[in-house]
Design a protein around this ligand. Structure first.
Ligand code: SF4
Length: 430
């Protein structure tokens, strides 16, 4: 989501002439790769991990020291946090939430008097900004922003506010344009896309509409919430030809008490029942097609005992994930979990992550083995040293060794010759 927001920030700064006459003259920004040459630097921050947060402090400190005249704006997850504002008070010119970006950044930077600001419906306005897409073949399209769930470890509901869905016509218009421009993969984004609802249609219906847009392109979506991943959606996604056969369904923990403390609102049993439904629906609606299931797991949540941790390991064995993104718990200021005792030692968190990663290696490899000697579709991302690299509809990385012509940005057919733990290798098929 932050990546997509940055594309909108870039789009906003570069748009010329700007529809708001108050801003058009002074705001002639051009991008530079050299931070030392910039008049304006915008930090679009992520507050999910402490490490990312610490990097921001360091970079801002160095920049301010070397270039006292540079304008520094801080947006994203950290912008609203009072402790961050206090800490960076003398270093940052402007803190603003991403949804307020078009109004505040434009006006404050060009010193337009506050009373002359136009009244804007802020969140909708921000999503209307035309992004400067950074990738040539894959485009991120936010369909909603914010979250109503308040998982106890997560800053998103505080940083981004409550859920707001973009009107379906606007999303479809953006995707039609992208497909016309040759984009091959559209990733629908939202903190919880499953609860999309623009007061006319839900996420499942939106997916059907996007699937019916003519053209050769793939559709994928993140992130999902197990409690909102409905039977209607399972049926729809497994029936739509353009929707990729990859479900990212974050479990976060395998123990019910930990799930309750995380405020996830499902049990391990309910989660597994949903996984079974997904597997059955793929078998029924896309028979013979390979699919993948991926997840997120937090290790060392406050109070997580070794026994409770092993429940996460059990879930991993049962589901047989293709990929899991692990996170070691770190308290995020302002969240409920930050008030709990962070009593799992760092070394134990590292050990738990390693333990789960060993299981993942096994399940990932056994999933990859299923691809050997099969012919599959691959979207090619780049060329390096004569080899091409891309990914499947199931989000598996593929190295293609035999291509003679430039196939970057194309969807090609590949015969898989070798399965490795984390990727596949193959040759181009006609
Ligand atoms: S659903 Fe996702 S974004 Fe929303 S609070 Fe939970 S973890 Fe955060």
């Amino acid at each position: 989501m932050n990546h997509s927001d940055s594309e909108r920030i870039a789009g906003f700064l570069e748009i010329q002439p700007h529809p708001n006459p108050l801003l058009s003259k002074e705001r002639e920004f051009k991008p530079t790769k050299d931070i030392h040459k910039a008049d304006l630097v915008i930090f679009n921050t992520c507050g999910v991990r402490q490490m990312a947060e610490d990097r921001v402090y360091g970079q801002i400190h160095n920049l301010r020291k070397k270039h006292p005249e540079t304008k520094i704006v801080l947006t994203g997850c950290l912008a609203n946090r009072k402790d961050v504002q206090r800490r960076l008070k003398n270093k940052v010119d402007l803190f603003c939430e991403i949804k307020d970006f078009p109004e505040i950044v434009g006006t404050d930077l060009v010193s337009v008097p506050r009373e002359q600001r136009q009244a804007l419906p802020l969140q909708e306005n921000y999503l209307k900004i035309i992004p400067k897409y950074s990738a040539k073949h894959t485009a991120y399209v936010p369909i909603m922003t914010g979250c109503n769930n308040f998982c106890s470890y997560c800053v998103v509901p505080y940083a981004r506010g409550r859920e707001v869905s973009r009107p379906a016509e606007e999303i479809i218009g953006e995707i039609k344009l992208l497909v016309k421009r040759g984009y091959k993969k559209i990733i629908l984004l939202g903190q919880n896309v499953n609860s999309y609802n623009d007061k006319k249609i839900n996420f499942s219906k939106l997916l059907k509409k996007i699937n019916s847009i003519p053209g050769n392109f793939w559709i994928w979506f993140i992130s999902n919430h197990p409690k909102d991943f409905s039977l209607e959606l399972i049926e729809t996604m497994t029936k739509c030809r353009k929707v990729c056969e990859c479900v990212h369904l974050p479990i976060q923990a395998g123990d019910d008490k930990i799930l309750e403390n995380m405020n996830r609102k499902y049990t391990a049993r309910e989660y597994l029942a949903k996984i079974e439904k997904i597997k059955k629906a793929f078998a029924k609606n896309k028979p013979g097609k390979l699919y993948s299931i991926t997840s997120d797991i937090i290790v060392g949540f406050p109070g997580e005992t070794k026994k409770q941790f092993l429940e996460s390991a059990k879930i991993m064995e049962k589901v047989g994930y293709s990929m899991v993104y692990f996170g070691q718990f770190s308290p995020r200021p302002g969240t409920m979990a930050a008030k709990m005792k962070d009593n799992v030692k760092k070394s134990e968190k590292v050990r738990r992550e390693k333990y789960l990663n060993e299981i993942l290696k096994k399940t990932s490899f056994s999933n990859n083995k299923k691809y050997e000697n099969k012919i599959i579709e691959v979207l090619v991302n780049e060329e390096k040293n004569g080899n091409y690299f891309g990914h499947t509809r199931t989000m598996k990385n593929v190295k293609i060794t035999s291509a003679k012509k430039n196939i970057t940005g194309k969807i090609v057919r590949v015969k898989v010759t070798k399965a490795n733990v984390w990727n596949l290798e193959g040759v181009l098929k006609k």
